[in-house]
Design a protein around this ligand. Structure first.
Ligand code: NAD
Length: 365
């Protein structure tokens, strides 16, 4: 693989390879863009088959975090890290070793949970660096962010239903939720409380039975779910669910859910959705509630402030939908423009030099 040309093409600032034989740590930290602030993004732990896969994943994910933070209005940039390991290899030593690498970056990168890493792992990282968020309540953390992600998705569904269907409440709206996990279960409760009619699918029968008894949700198979005559489809399980085989089956007018990387091919499938008059809420905009939550831990957690920042997701989506319609873009393209415009506006700020931070200041003591 041509490392530098790949990094240059994706626009990253810095890539850090972390290796510690004693603890078995093999990690890559990717800092994509720090124009808006230090790079924040979770640490994903996976037994990648090839090192190239880990490298590509961390480049793609960190770039996504730049757009996500920019759209969420946070003073943060985008970064991400991957640890190449099987979850069974996790240990205190591995995370403390990793924490030392994070510390060495002096706050340019702040980490958090992601796939296969949890609050306990963040607590171990916290022993070595303060540049970690999503720690336990005892260390000043705010706990599992999934409920905040669900809230953001609820506001996003509100905004999307209003924009596409002209309805200002969810009572009687038919919504298909795919995946009743950490986020999906909270979302189902919130939607049920708002009077929506739910259809659910999951690979876990227990979760389905619970959703049926608690929220009167109709249980369907994954294949049935795509073809359901519903108003909203909320993907809350896994990525790549919007592809050439599923999109032609969809009857929903709105797609709004928390899953990451919902479009198998960002350009092609966003375009087909637009042609089919299906309003797609870009995933990194609607699922930013969790990020907003952990970001607030950094400045002293204030629930009221978090809630109001999450509520803003609805306004952001609205602006993106209006811009997409005005310029004939897909909502995915409009979201990217929204993020890039904000980053560029800060990048364009006039440099204000001072003695302390100037080249001459470094020479003359
Ligand atoms: P989770 O693992 O708790 O839940 C996923 C659920 O999907 C599980 O109940 C699982 O059984 C189910 N599932 C898996 N494969 C399925 C399939 N083929 N069909 C139907 N159901 C299936 O994960 P989560 O934390 O709820 O996150 C869900 C998605 O949202 C992920 O893509 C995640 O990256 C994204 N996300 C989560 C958060 C958060 O705060 N947790 C924030 C942003 C984005």
């Amino acid at each position: 693989m041509k490392l530098f040309s790949h990094v240059e093409q994706m626009g990253h600032e810095q890539i850090v390879f972390c290796c510690d034989k004693e603890s078995g740590l093999k990690a890559i930290i990717a800092i994509h863009d720090t124009t808006l602030g230090p790079a924040l993004g979770g640490t994903r732990l996976l037994p990648y088959e090839k090192e190239d896969d880990a490298f590509n994943d961390v480049l793609r994910l960190s770039r996504g975090m730049t757009y996500k933070a920019a759209c969420a209005g946070l003073a943060l940039g985008g970064g991400k890290a991957v640890i190449i390991a099987d979850p069974s290899q996790k240990s205190e030593a591995m995370f403390r070793s990793y924490g030392r690498f994070v510390e060495s970056l002096n706050g340019r990168y702040i980490t958090a949970e992601d796939m296969n890493t949890n609050v306990a792992n963040m607590d171990h990282i916290r022993l070595e660096t303060r540049y970690v968020t999503g720690v336990s309540a005892g260390l000043g953390g705010s706990g599992d962010p999934s409920i905040m992600t669900a809230k953001g998705v609820l506001y996003g569904i509100d905004a999307s239903v209003k924009y596409r269907l002209g309805k200002s409440e969810l009572r009687g709206i038919k919504i298909a939720v795919q995946g009743i996990g950490a986020v999906g279960k909270h979302l189902c409760k919130m939607l049920h409380d708002r009077g929506a009619q739910l259809y659910v699918t999951d690979i876990d029968d227990q979760k389905l039975k619970q959703a049926h008894s608690l929220y009167n949700a109709t249980i369907v198979t994954e294949a049935e779910l795509y073809a359901l005559d519903v108003d909203v489809y909320a993907p809350c399980a896994r990525g790549s669910v919007l592809n050439s085989s599923t999109i032609p089956k969809l009857k929903a007018k709105v797609i709004a859910g928390c899953a990451n990387n919902q479009l198998e091919d960002e350009e092609k499938h966003a375009k087909i959705l637009k042609e089919n008059k299906i309003l797609y809420a870009p995933d990194y905009v609607i699922n930013a509630g969790g990020l907003i939550n952990v970001a607030n831990e950094l400045t002293g957690y204030n629930l009221e402030k978090v809630e109001s920042e999450i509520a803003r997701i609805a306004n952001t989506l609205d602006s993106i939908y209006i811009e997409a319609d005005k310029l004939g873009l897909t909502t995915q393209e409009a979201a990217k423009r929204f993020a890039e415009k904000r980053i560029q506006s800060v990048a364009n700020l006039k440099t204000m030099s001072s003695f302390k931070h100037s080249a001459i200041g470094n020479i003359i003591k």
